[in-house]
Design a protein around this ligand. Structure first.
Ligand SMILES: Nc1ncnc2c1ncn2[C@@H]1O[C@H](COP(=O)(O)OP(=O)(O)OP(=O)(O)O)[C@@H](O)[C@H]1O
Ligand SMILES: [Mg+2]
Length: 351
C-alpha cells in the first residue's frame, strides 16, 4: 500500500567501515534497492563510540552521494559496550505504570546515572514466572547517542529512527529464517566489536557486544612483526584470499589473537548459559567482516563444540537494481546484515 513512503536508509557505522542499505518491503518480501560500503575515517570510531562526528558525517555524505542514494530518512544503529541490553524480570503492573516501573527497576542494574540515560524497553512474549513480566531493557548514555544523531544530521540526512545493531541483526535474521523454536546464537564479527545475541521464539533473550574482532588479528601481526597496521591488514586479508604467500610467522601471531578472541567468546557464552534457565544454544550463525578471518570459524566449532552456519541475509531479499548482481550480493554478504536490518526497521515497526 504505502510501502514506498516508509522507505528508510539503514546506516551501520562501524569502526572499520560504514554501510548504507536501502530496502523496500512488499508483500512479496524485501528488496535491496541500494547498498554502499565505505572505509571509516581513521580513529573516528572506537568500540562503537563516535569520537569525531564531523569526519563520520563527511564519510556518510560522500557514500550517500556517490552511490546515488535519494531517500534522506535514515535509521542508525548503536553498538558497543556503551549500550546496555539486559533482560530483567519485574512484577506485573498495569500497562500505564509499566514505563515507570521499568525505569525504577532498571536504575538498579545500570552502571550510570539514569538521568543521563535514554531507556527503552520491550516486553517479551514469555515470562519466567506468571507473576512477573520479562522485559528487555536497552539503555545508552545521552551523550553517546547524540554523537550518532549529529553524524547523520551533519551528513545532510534526517535521523528518523535510532536502533541498536544487535536488535537490527535479530530483525534481519527473522526476516530470512523466521522464528526459531530452539535458542540460536548470532555472531556478527566486526573489527572492534562482536555482536553476540541469542534468539528464541522470535525474541532476543540475550545480547552482549563483546569487545573483540578483526582488529585484534591485525594488531598482533603489526605489533609482533614491526610493520604498520595497514601493512598488517594487507597481510591478513591476502592470507584469507590466498592471493600470495605470507611469511610463516604471520600465522603464529594470528593464532595468539585467535586464542584471545575465542576465549572472550567462550566467556560470553558461559555467562549466557549460567543465566539461561535451561535455554541452551543449539546452533550459531555468523556474519561480519572478521568472520572471513582464516581459521576463525573452524576454531570456534572445534573449541565450543557448537555448529556454526553462515548467516545469509540475502536468503529472503531480492535485488532491486542492476548494481546488485548475484556476485555483488555475495561479496557484501558478510558486511550487509546490520545495515539491512536497520533498513527494514520502520516497516517492521509499523506491522
Ligand atoms: N577477507 C578478509 N579476511 C579477514 N578479515 C577480513 C576480511 N575482510 C574484512 N576483514 C576484517 O573485517 C573487519 C571489518 O568488518 P566489519 O565491516 O564487519 O567491521 P565494522 O562493522 O566496521 O567494525 P565494528 O562493528 O567492530 O566497529 C576488519 O577487522 C577487517 O580486517
Ligand atoms: Mg560492525
Amino acid at each position: 500500500m504505502f510501502f514506498a513512503s516508509k522507505k528508510i536508509v539503514g546506516i551501520d557505522i562501524g569502526s572499520s567501515s560504514i554501510k548504507l542499505a536501502e530496502l523496500s518491503v512488499t508483500s512479496g518480501g524485501a528488496v535491496l534497492e541500494n547498498f554502499a560500503v565505505v572505509p571509516s575515517p581513521q580513529q573516528a570510531i572506537t568500540n562503537g563510540e563516535i569520537t569525531d562526528s564531523i569526519l563520520v558525517a563527511d564519510s556518510i555524505r560522500s557514500a550517500f552521494k556517490e552511490n546515488g542514494f535519494k531517500n534522506k530518512k535514515a535509521c542508525v544503529g548503536l553498538s558497543g559496550t556503551a549500550v546496555i541490553i539486559k533482560k530483567i524480570s519485574i512484577p506485573r503492573v498495569e500497562p500505564k505504570r509499566l514505563r515507570e516501573q521499568v525505569q525504577y527497576e532498571a536504575a538498579q542494574y545500570l552502571p550510570f546515572d539514569v538521568s543521563q540515560v535514554t531507556l527503552e524497553h520491550h516486553v517479551l512474549s514469555f515470562t519466567s514466572s506468571p507473576e512477573n513480566l520479562d522485559v528487555l531493557v536497552v539503555a545508552a548514555q545521552n551523550e553517546y547517542i547524540l554523537n550518532y544523531i549529529s553524524s547523520v544530521n551533519q551528513a545532510g540526512l534526517k535521523c528518523g529512527i535510532l536502533d541498536v545493531n544487535s536488535l537490527a541483526l535479530a530483525n534481519i535474521f527473522e526476516l530470512n529464517y523466521g522464528k526459531t523454536s530452539e535458542p540460536v546464537a548470532l555472531f556478527n564479527f566486526g573489527s572492534n566489536i562482536t555482536n553476540f545475541l541469542v534468539l528464541f521464539q522470535g525474541e532476543v533473550i540475550f545480547s552482549r557486544d563483546i569487545p573483540v574482532g578483526g582488529f585484534h588479528f591485525t594488531n598482533e601481526i603489526s605489533k609482533n612483526m614491526g610493520i604498520t597496521f595497514d601493512e598488517a591488514e594487507t597481510l591478513k586479508i591476502s592470507q584469507s584470499a590466498e592471493q600470495k604467500e605470507v611469511p610463516e610467522e604471520t600465522r603464529t601471531f594470528m593464532n595468539i589473537a585467535l586464542d584471545y578472541v575465542t576465549e572472550e567468546i567462550r566467556n560470553s557464552i558461559d555467562f549466557y548459559t549460567a543465566t539461561a534457565q535451561g535455554h541452551l544454544i543449539t546452533k550459531a550463525y555468523y556474519t561480519g567482516g572478521a568472520s572471513l578471518t582464516v581459521g576463525l570459524i573452524q576454531h570456534l566449532v572445534d573449541v565450543l563444540k557448537l555448529p556454526f552456519e553462515m548467516f545469509n541475509p540475502a536468503q529472503n531479499i531480492r535485488s532491486g537494481s542492476k548494481k546488485i548482481t548475484p556476485l555483488y550480493l555475495q561479496q557484501i554478504t558478510p558486511f550487509c546484515a546490520i545495515a539491512c536490518g536497520l533498513g527494514v526497521r520502520l516497516v517492521g515497526d509499523n506491522k
